[in-house]
Design a protein around this ligand. Structure first.
Ligand code: PEP
Ligand code: MN
Length: 348
């Protein structure tokens, strides 16, 4: 940390700050200028009290971190992109993958029909919520463990790896037996004990950005998981709450470009929850690809109008097929390999 003193500090001011820095367990290194004096405090911030308390001293102007607060997920710590391999699919490292499926698992037929169709179109991973965190406690909350059993069956029949959201720590045990990637939803993106628990669960984590989280808070949530022993984290921008009401959320593509530059993690975009409107999914998907995304998560339903949740944003099976056809040239132009190309080539 760098402690910047207010202009023209007295010798006593400098001594006071230096002593406080020592008391907090750090070593001060003072650099005196004609007007400004700064004190670099060197030490381990994880095991000592934060130096930010010094901001309350009258002679201190600001306390500024030297290093980024997220370290392990940063490009400074690891220049090469993290790649995550799940069921033969490599996420990151130049491949572009689409995770598709319904908002919620409603029954076996709906789930298997969707899975077969999205796989034929090009989806390489399947999504479906078994535990649904809903804004209203009176809305459909998901099938729970029965939903996980359906996902397991669908995985066995299609070979698709499955992504599903964990809402409570006590469900993690049953979830790890059924899913390949554990999703942390926007509503739990700052539930630090849940983040620590998924870090220990042994599965890759698909981390949505909280709807009111700053980019730094999103990266720090990822850092929590990595620091607790799980480097397999996929970031997902899913739109944030802003003053705008024309769309469900506001897709923050700056955050996607920044996440690609600043972190070594794969970055996905969820255009379905970002917009809340199926007619915006294709244009937002193309924009996400242009911003550098490594993949998409898209909601698809056999009969969107009858969906138990998020009906307005789910694509029909035909619309999903069209989406894949439409985005392919964008993926290639942006220098990524479409994840579905290898599968199609293998089939021929
Ligand atoms: C979801 O993907 O099912 C979901 C609930 O998304 P979010 O957490 O982004 O709202
Ligand atoms: Mn949904």
């Amino acid at each position: 940390m760098i402690i910047v003193l207010k202009p023209h500090p007295t010798d006593q001011d400098v001594r006071t700050v230096e002593e406080d820095v020592r008391k907090l367990g750090y070593t001060p290194h003072t650099i005196r200028g004609v007007v400004r004096t700064v004190i670099a405090a060197v030490g381990d911030e994880t095991s000592h009290q934060s130096l930010e308390v010094l901001e309350s001293l009258p002679c201190v102007d600001r306390v500024i971190p030297i290093q980024r607060r997220y370290k392990l997920v940063s490009r400074q710590a690891q220049q090469d992109e993290t790649t995550i391999t799940v069921g033969g699919v490599t996420i990151g490292g130049g491949e572009f993958h689409v995770i598709a499926g319904p908002c919620a698992v409603e029954d076996y037929e709906q789930t298997i029909q969707t899975a077969r169709s999205v796989a034929a179109a090009g989806a390489t991973l399947f999504r479906g919520g078994a535990f649904k965190p809903r804004t209203s406690p009176y809305d459909f909350q998901g099938l729970g463990e029965q939903g996980l059993r359906i996902l397991n069956q669908v995985k066995a029949e299609t070979g698709l790896s499955v992504v599903s959201e964990v809402v409570r720590e006590i469900d993690l045990g049953v979830m790890v037996g059924a899913v390949d990637i554990v999703q942390i939803g926007a509503r739990n993106a700052m539930n630090y004990s849940l983040l620590e628990a998924v870090a220990r669960c042994g599965k890759p984590v698909f981390l949505k950005r909280g709807m009111a989280a700053t980019v730094e808070e999103w990266f720090l949530a990822a850092e929590y998981i990595v620091k607790n022993g799980n480097p397999a984290v996929i970031l997902c921008e899913r739109g944030i709450r802003t003053f705008e009401t024309a769309t469900r959320n506001t897709l923050d593509l700056s955050a996607v470009a920044l996440a690609k530059q600043e972190t070594n993690l794969p970055v996905f975009v969820d255009p379905s929850h970002a917009s809340g409107r199926r007619d915006l999914v294709a244009p937002l998907s193309k924009a996400a690809i242009a911003a550098g995304a490594d993949g998409l998560m898209v909601e698809v339903h056999v009969e969107p109008d009858l969906a138990h949740s998020d009906s307005a944003q789910q694509l029909s099976l035909e619309q999903f097929h069209e989406l894949i056809v439409e985005i392919e040239p964008f993926v290639k132009t942006c220098g990524k390999r479409p994840g579905w190309a290898a599968r199609t080539a293998g089939k021929e």
